[in-house]
Ligand binder design. Structure first.
Ligand SMILES: [Zn+2]
Length: 620
């Protein structure tokens, strides 16, 4: 503890520097002419939100929110309230469409030629400022008209309560770290799932409805996901994050850096907000060790859209700021981003079109060498120094914790800390010609449906050499995560086999928009592969076995007939003492190499095709 305090004192004296506030201001920020949330005076209480009427002590219930949205819809030709499915407990999942010229369907939106921006609120229902900010923004579009021109070159989709069942499980004690509102919902859905870990495996009814009825029907050009932080205290009222690594098409990250970070965020700062990167500290509560901006895997809201060729932005207001500040920050970030999209709609449309074209071109490229795909990345360990707009931390020894506990002061404390941002590929694979899925793996085919992955069924039998992943070494996590003992696949080899595909089996070509999502579901080493989420655990289980008095004579015969095998066995016994002392393992050595061993054991049943099946083998 004493050592820790002494080390901190050194860090504090060496790193404490003044804030170059003016360096943050960008010359082009005023071009957006941002309009902050309107002051309330003059607005009829008929149109104030519950949050506004209560002085931001309260947030509306599900029913109050529905009622407010219906009132907006009946008063304006710009708003449509739709349902995209039902929650686990049977509530309507709401999608609000705000558009000019009645572009209230995906088809009409596409025909308008305008970019579609989707805002998600209440993914974690305790973090609900997105909903209250978007109710105010919709009112300012539809009733006061002061934000109506945000729809000139943009179509706005809002999911106000992604997790309505947990939104209604309201409590004063659901968010221990958070400063209001007085009552909020909880993080997980009623069946205990975190929606912001469910984008790939799609187990929650809310996520399945969202992916199949909203994302892959509307194909939004930009997704903004609104949350409240946990983590350290600091002066930022709003932080943000995005994926910038090599998994996604580079153009969508570039759009975020140029349009959002380069132009929209300075305009948000011009409104008086203190904006910073999402601070994922390397070491618990100690900011001096720096923070990491790695890429989120696709189970997260900012990991999934880039695989579908579109940018995504995470907006996290700071948990300790008053609720009003957080609602206003969310409103200002979203409305300023919409203003940026309106100012340059073609820039966003072009970034998405280029990303889609890149994905399609890879699916049609004949040379496998040009079809390399990065499935995951890792931080290189390189850092740059970053000016943290913090409040001074000190550490006090706690008898209760048996460890030092951080206390934050209130005075501004600006200090340089390391920012770990640079990423390098971790797992790279060659994209196959396509995937082949046996029809009996219905849970896999259902995921293809949910993600909008196009496939065709076989009309007749077809045989070919294909690749299948043999899982050589894996570990199931000892603790559950999202209800799974997730597998870490440590070693996998692709084996080539002659296989027959039967009528009803599925051919998944990869010259399609969701090709990267298909790869991330079906490649065994992808960070959110179905293998990892236990979809194929049954093929890893040993189902047939031999009795010792049956296998032992078989082993004798095998050794007599194959001297190389005998040599391999003896060498193993000599080198591996655990193996040598395990009679079952010694007999299993022979069973595995005998004709009685199951050839499908440890093989992922989904195959990588070396070429497309002939047209006449497939259902028209
Ligand atoms: Zn959250």
């Amino acid at each position: 503890m004493i050592l820790r305090a002494a080390a901190l004192a050194v860090v504090l004296t060496t790193l404490l520097v003044a804030s170059p506030a003016s360096a943050q201001t960008r010359a082009d920020s005023l071009a957006l002419a941002p309009r902050p949330m309107a002051p309330l005076p003059g607005l009829s209480t008929f149109w104030t939100t519950r949050a506004e009427r209560s002085g931001y002590r309260l947030t509306s219930t599900y029913d109050e929110t529905v009622e407010y949205l219906r009132r907006l819809e009946s008063s304006s030709s710009l708003i449509r309230v739709q349902s995209f499915g039902t929650s686990g407990q049977g509530r309507n999942l709401l999608l609000v469409v705000a558009a000019k010229d009645r572009a209230f369907t995906p088809e009409a939106a596409r025909a308008s030629g305008k970019p579609v921006v989707l805002v998600l609120c209440g993914v974690h229902s305790g973090e609900i400022e997105g909903k209250d900010a978007m109710l105010a923004l919709l009112r300012d579009i539809a009733v006061t008209g002061r934000q109506q021109d945000l729809l000139d070159h943009c179509i706005l989709l809002i999911v106000p309560m992604f997790s309505p069942d947990s939104h209604e499980r309201r409590s004063r004690t659901s968010r221990i770290n958070q400063n209001g509102p007085e009552e909020t919902g909880w993080r997980a859905t009623p069946i205990g799932l975190n929606l912001n870990r469910d984008y790939m495996k799609a187990e929650a009814p809310e996520m399945r409805a969202f992916l199949s009825q909203v994302f892959t029907r509307w194909w939004p050009d930009l997704l903004i996901d609104t949350h409240t932080t946990d983590g350290l205290d600091c002066r930022y009222d709003v932080t943000w994050g995005y994926n910038h690594g090599p998994q996604g098409p580079a153009g969508v990250a570039r759009w975020v850096e140029t349009a959002f970070e380069g132009r929209a965020l300075p305009a948000v700062e011009a409104l008086g907000h203190v904006v910073g990167p999402y601070l994922d500290l390397r070491d618990g509560s100690d900011p001096f060790k720096g923070f990491e901006e790695g890429d989120a895997p696709p189970r997260f809201s900012i990991g999934y859209p880039p695989l579908q060729g579109r940018p995504a932005i995470l907006v996290e207001t700071h948990m300790l700021k008053p609720y009003e500040t957080r609602v206003r920050a969310t409103y200002d970030v979203v409305s300023t981003t919409l203003a940026e999209v309106n100012a340059r709609p073609q820039e966003l449309l072009r970034a998405v079109a280029e990303a889609e074209a890149q994905i399609l071109a890879r699916g049609r490229a004949p040379d496998p060498a040009t079809r390399r795909v990065v499935l995951s990345s890792k931080l290189t360990g390189d850092s740059v120094m970053f000016m943290l707009k913090g409040v001074r931390p000190t550490w006090e020894w706690s008898e209760i914790a048996g460890a030092p506990v951080v206390r934050y002061g209130t005075a501004p404390f600006d200090t340089m800390i390391p920012r770990f941002f640079a990423l390098a590929p971790a797992v790279t694979v060659t994209q196959p010609a396509g995937y082949l899925v046996p029809r009996e793996w219905q849970s896999v085919i259902e995921r293809l449906d949910v993600h909008g992955v196009r496939y065709r069924r076989f009309a007749r039998a077809w045989s070919d050499t294909v690749e299948q992943a043999r899982i050589v070494d894996w570990k199931a996590a000892s603790e559950t995560r999202e209800g799974h003992h997730a597998l870490s696949v440590d070693s996998v080899v692709n084996v080539r086999r002659w296989r027959t595909w039967w009528p009803g089996d599925v051919w998944v070509p990869l010259d399609q928009r969701p090709a990267l999502v298909a790869m991330h579901l079906l490649e065994a080493r992808a960070p959110d592969a179905l293998v990892r989420w236990n979809f194929f655990d049954t093929v890893l289980e040993h189902k047939e076995y031999g009795e010792d008095y049956v296998v032992e004579p078989l082993a004798r015969r095998m050794m007599q007939e194959d001297s190389a095998l005998a040599k391999e066995f003896r060498a193993r016994v000599a080198a591996d003492s655990v193996f040598a002392k395990d009679p079952d393992a010694r007999l299993e050595f022979f069973y595995r190499r005998s004709p009685w061993a199951d050839p499908e054991q440890n093989l992922v049943p989904v195959a990588r095709a070396l070429r497309a099946p002939p047209e006449d083998a497939l259902v028209k």
